[in-house]
Design a protein around this ligand. Structure first.
Ligand code: FES
Ligand code: FES
Length: 158
């Protein structure tokens, strides 16, 4: 039996009938076509599926859609008002060579946003802790940490 849920996603309200076993990741990607949120491990380990729910970064693969009922969700598509220009975090990832693949990068950027929203002046350990749920098997993370430091600097000047 399906359940009626209400989500606010990137500022838009949705009413959806979802089966109880479906995850927030499935609903975002399959029902709302918000495929910027990725599906990696499906077990809460990689962070590729990270979205922001009521201000916290969560693994959308481990979050049932019914758990998200009434919640405010932001995906990578909602980072900027039009969805076309880049957010300062995205600009810094490009400028400082921190862009990794399309699977890990969106989740890293969403976790970086939560970090900078809570702590506008993070030091390196803060940044590494903020990204601790986001894995990339291909990088040493140094450029990502540097990009987030630069983004914080830029956002504090704006
Ligand atoms: S797909 Fe959700 S943590 Fe890996
Ligand atoms: S997992 Fe994306 S570049 Fe390594």
């Amino acid at each position: 039996m399906k359940h009626l849920i209400h989500l606010k996603v990137n500022g838009d309200d949705y009413e959806l009938a979802v089966a109880p076993h479906r995850t927030l990741n499935e609903v975002l990607r399959e029902d709302l076509a918000l495929t910027g949120t990725k599906f990696g491990c499906g077990t809460g380990d990689c962070g590729a599926c990270t979205v922001i729910m009521n201000g916290r970064n969560v693994s959308s693969c481990l979050t049932l859609a019914v758990e998200a009922d009434g919640k405010d969700i932001m995906t990578i598509e909602g980072l900027t008002p039009s969805g076309e220009e880049l957010h300062p975090i995205q600009e810094a990832f490009v400028a400082y060579g921190a862009i990794q693949c399309g699977f890990c990068t969106p989740g890293m950027i969403m976790s970086a946003k939560v970090l900078l929203d809570k702590n506008p002046h993070p030091d390196e350990p803060d940044i590494r802790a903020g990204l601790s749920g986001n894995l990339c098997r291909c990088t040493g993370y140094n450029k990502i940490v540097e990009a987030i430091e630069k983004a914080a600097h830029q956002m504090n000047q704006d």
